[in-house]
Design a protein around this ligand. Structure first.
Ligand code: GTP
Length: 347
């Protein structure tokens, strides 16, 4: 069975980080999330991938190539214009297996696929949607289901009191290729708003079942941060290259931490990082590969991508700093979200 990874959205809610980046390539624990995703799915037996790309496609194609370096096969379905979540699946049709897994590539998850697949095979639907439960459904579309798991309808952003359930679409589906005949070609189509309601109306058999394991969508800056704090708190487990140097302190190869630096866990420091004297790093800091932090820098609740330079005495709290940025000594940044081309922005 092939997996189709939907990786072409504009990621507007994660701007400015996504102004020059495909959202699923955002770093999670110092590696592109998409890489973690492919590794996770491979561990579950999937070796054939199709990646549906549109926004910065070459970035994804250059990084993964044909997938050989990861021991998998990767093909690409490239969109000339934005086709939406269902339009992108339709566009990839010729590359897909008769039954396939479709995954929103911006969902950080550790879901085991076998129960989802078993459910799909047993219930013989056209689509089985992985569902996850949320505390407050009022910001999501929730499902109403029969006892069999068949979905009767989706209710967008219901009041907490009147919501038929607190189960939302987790962005992970098992689909029969034959249902793609219900998706029009060549125009933008949303799977949530258009395709699933149509499939329910046509009695194609749209089922939903709860998935287990960690689940969080990367779509907003707050959730992007939360994924990192969950990683540092070990609520999310990902294969990291960095090794533990004391409880909650992970440091990569060839990194140099000067005398008198105070590291307050939990902290993740990448490879070839330099940290100058008397700096205070953490709690909750993720420093990317090759970053250089001067003397007396303070950095907490912050995610910094590879190759940044932070001058002496700069202070960062609750920031997300994109690739290769240079921050001056005078910088005292609080809740800044910055990237190289787009400059700064409050997040
Ligand atoms: P926002 O603009 O912030 O809503 O982000 P988005 O559109 O990138 O994300 P959304 O949550 O709407 O999409 C869910 C997943 O589908 C993400 O992994 C997107 O990359 C992907 N996606 C959304 N639209 C498209 C599309 O037109 N083509 C492709 N190939 N993927 C898409």
């Amino acid at each position: 069975m092939k997996a189709l990874l939907l990786a072409g959205g504009l990621g507007t809610r994660l701007r400015p980080l996504t102004e020059n980046l495909a959202k699923p390539m955002a770093l999670v624990g110092n590696r592109p999330w998409l890489e973690h995703l492919i590794v996770h799915l491979k561990q579950q037996g999937i070796v054939d991938f199709v990646i549906a790309v549109k926004h910065y496609p070459e970035m994804i194609q250059r990084y993964f190539g044909d997938g050989q370096a990861w021991g998998v096969n990767i093909e690409y379905a490239v969109e000339k214009k934005l086709l939406g979540t269902a339009g992108a699946i339709k566009n990839a049709e010729t590359l897909l297996s008769d039954r396939f897994l479709a995954v929103n590539a911006d969902i950080v998850h550790q879901v085991s696929l076998l129960p989802l697949l078993d459910f799909h095979v047993k219930h013989k639907g056209g689509v089985t949607i992985g569902l996850t439960e949320v505390d407050d459904p009022s910001q999501f579309g929730v499902v109403e289901q029969r006892d069999t798991g068949e979905i009767i309808r989706f209710v967008e952003k219901p009041d907490k009191e009147s919501a038929p359930s607190n189960r939302i679409n987790a962005g992970i589906y098992v689909m029969e290729k034959e249902v793609l005949k219900w998706i029009p070609q060549g125009r933008e189509v949303s799977i949530e708003r258009e395709t699933f309601p149509l499939l329910i109306e046509r009695n194609v058999g749209v089922y939903g079942t709860l998935i287990d394991g960690y689940w969080m969508d990367l779509g907003t800056k707050n959730r992007y941060r939360q994924v990192h704090w969950d990683l540092l708190d070990r609520k999310l487990s990902l294969p990291l290259r960095e090794k533990e140097h004391g409880t909650g302190i992970l440091i990569g190869e060839e990194s140099e931490v000067a005398q008198g630096v105070l590291i307050v866990p939990p902290v993740l420091i990448g490879r070839r990082v330099k940290i100058g004297e008397r700096s205070v790093i953490g709690p909750y800091a993720v420093i990317g590969d090759g970053c250089e932090l001067g003397k007396g820098v303070r950095c907490s609740e912050t995610i910094m991508w590879n190759g940044c330079k932070v001058r002496d005495a700069a202070q960062l709290k609750n920031c997300i700093i994109g690739y290769g940025l240079e921050l001056e000594a005078s910088h005292i940044l609080h809740e800044a979200v910055m990237n190289r081309t787009a400059g700064g922005g409050q997040g």
